[in-house]
Design a protein around this ligand. Structure first.
Ligand code: COA
Length: 354
């Protein structure tokens, strides 16, 4: 008998990977052989991109992301209506479809990783009624993305915090979007198609779509004293608390602590609010669901950090994609080496022929 709350895929191993490992019981995340806590403070996004691509099997010493951003900028006038779409994730999905696959995964990976921040920032500027800003290939990926998004030179603290964020979320085991990218690759399709599919999977609120709603929640709660009654009312209305709970973690998501630390130098008032709301939500959910630990996930402090560095909340999920596109790329390269089609089975529960 199938468990009605399960889709039968929980815990099924679909690939061997050297890119990252998630230990949900102990709350550990290892990316390319390093603990996420160490990686976030000791590594730039560019270095993390190299690490995950090499772990996936690519031969690369330093990715030319500045040149890739400049190449993507040439595409911006030719993206059709992509930048006019109302949601950043739809714009990114459509814009990425304009990157021409070359058939060389590493070349396509660098093109896609370079293109994502250019397209997302151009979408944000267009949405705000301003002209998109050209990339500066001499800047770091984090600094350039912030500059293209906000129109101002970012502070060192903001750049550092965003860099830590991009490193922290670069890969996370066999997430739904990573699985999507690997399935697409396994058919023999190209890396750009896998990235487009990854964006589609990441968009949903059960995966990467939660940080905007987390910020909406913090705004709606307003004061720490209002946290408990607000959360109780939300649960009574049958809604979930955004930024809480995880399919794999049975303890607090280790990335929540990393991001909470990374945002501290920006001294956001929201950080205090977020802590109060997390405390209240954890307590209430523990009382409600003593058998199902529901703690803060990565999206909770993502919302606080991305807000503190000055990104609009409409770009939050797409900013997740700006980083994760590197992890997906590494998985595409690793999957390609297996040469094996991923073809799961379904259980037929329909009518029997008469
Ligand atoms: N708030 C309130 N209740 C929650 C909850 C949340 N954030 N997350 C899970 N629950 C409850 C479910 O309603 C369910 O209760 P039930 O057994 O009475 O139906 C129980 O906990 C188990 O949930 P389940 O749906 O089996 O967990 P899951 O592994 O499928 O869900 C998430 C994982 C992330 C999809 C889920 O925790 C969620 O929706 N969180 C909010 C969205 C979010 O933060 N997404 C970003 C993920 S990184």
């Amino acid at each position: 008998m199938t468990n009605p709350t399960s889709n039968g895929l929980e815990g099924v191993v679909v690939a061997d990977t050297a890119i990252s490992e998630v230990d949900g019981e102990r709350g550990h995340l290892v990316i390319a052989g390093a603990d996420v806590e160490r990686l976030a403070v000791a590594t730039t996004f560019e270095q993390a991109v190299t690490s995950v691509l090499v772990a996936g099997g690519a031969r690369i010493s330093a990715p030319a992301l500045g040149a890739a951003r400049a190449a993507a900028w040439e595409l911006v006038p030719r993206l059709g209506d992509a930048l006019a779409l109302p949601e950043a994730m739809d714009a990114l999905r459509t814009a990425l479809g304009h990157v021409r696959p070359t058939g060389d995964d590493l070349v396509d990976a660098i093109a896609a990783i370079g293109a994502a921040p250019v397209f997302v920032a151009a979408w944000g500027r267009t949405r705000a009624g301003a002209a998109p800003i050209a990339p500066d290939p001499a800047l770091s990926h984090a600094a350039d993305y912030l500059r293209m998004s906000t129109g101002a030179s970012p502070t060192p603290d903001a750049t550092k915090a965003l860099d830590a964020y991009l490193v922290t979320v670069i890969d996370h085991g066999m997430s739904a979007s990573t699985f999507t990218a690997r399935v697409i690759t396994s058919t023999g399709s190209d890396l750009i198609s896998a990235m487009v599919g990854g964006v589609g999977a990441l968009k949903g609120p059960l995966h990467g779509g939660a940080p905007g709603p987390v910020l909406d929640m913090l705004d709606a709660i307003g004061t720490p004293a209002n946290a408990e009654p607000w959360i109780l009312a939300e649960l009574a209305a049958g809604r979930r608390i955004m930024g809480m709970g995880h399919r794999i973690y049975r303890v607090r998501d280790p990335r929540a602590a990393v991001l909470e630390t990374a945002v501290r130098p920006l001294a956001s008032r929201r950080l205090e609010m977020a802590r109060a709301v997390e405390t209240a939500a954890s307590k209430i959910l523990r009382e409600r669901k003593p058998d199902r630990p529901l703690a803060a996930n990565v999206e909770f402090y993502t919302a606080v950090l991305l807000d503190a560095v000055g990104l609009p909340r409409e770009q939050f999920s797409a900013t997740f994609a700006v980083s994760r596109i590197a992890g997906w790329s590494a998985h595409v390269i690793e999957q390609r080496r297996t040469g094996r089609l991923i073809r799961p089975a379904s259980r037929y529960v329909g009518a029997t022929p008469a």
